[in-house]
Ligand binder design. Structure first.
Ligand SMILES: Cc1cc2nc3c(=O)[nH]c(=O)nc-3n(C[C@H](O)[C@H](O)[C@H](O)COP(=O)(O)O)c2cc1C
Length: 154
């Protein structure tokens, strides 16, 4: 077993919460990608980070000063998570009626929505670490978070 194999299997024991990162680029095109790499950084200032693969379609639209939303999914949003992580279903990502695309696109029925402004981008090999300053957050009272462990939703 290689270092990578062991690392992959070790990481599969983590329980991840599943989110969709969404934004609107400068031409008005909508982007959405399923992510599990969301981590809060600090409260002063309120900030979080996400690791985004440089090969993903959303990647080139993420620039310092642009805005995005992290939508934490509910257990009944598994199919939307599949759509937003399937490159062949890119054109289906905004079919869901719960998207509000008036400004920064966000899912009105998500568990929570965290609206951010990109503060800093750090390149690390295949990925970019995106640091966002939180500008606003919404959340539902009931907690029913979609989780992912050992390559499966739980
Ligand atoms: C549960 C789950 C979590 C994921 N987390 C991330 C992530 O944090 N960062 C990332 O770049 N891709 C992540 N992916 C993979 C992307 O969603 C997937 O490669 C997507 O198709 C890339 O976007 P594109 O099709 O628009 O290029 C995750 C996929 C799943 C199913």
């Amino acid at each position: 077993m290689t270092v990578q194999d062991n690392f992959r299997l070790a990481m599969r024991r983590y329980i991840y919460s599943v989110s969709i990162m969404s934004n609107k680029d400068e031409k008005g095109n909508l982007n959405a990608i399923t992510v599990s790499s969301v981590t809060s950084i600090s409260m002063e200032p309120p900030s979080l980070l996400i690791c985004i693969n440089k090969s993903s379609r959303i990647h080139e639209s993420i620039r310092v000063g642009t805005k995005f939303c992290i939508n934490l999914l509910n257990k009944d949003q598994r199919e939307l998570s599949n759509i937003c992580s399937d490159e062949d279903r890119y054109d289906q990502r905004f079919n869901d009626i719960n998207w509000n695309n008036d400004n920064i696109p966000f899912l009105e029925n998500a568990q929570s929505n965290i609206f951010c402004n990109v503060e800093k981008l750090t390149s690390f090999h295949t990925h970019t670490i995106v640091i966002g300053l939180v500008e606003d957050s919404k959340f539902k009272n009931t907690i029913d978070t979609l989780t992912y462990v050992d390559g499966e939703y739980k």
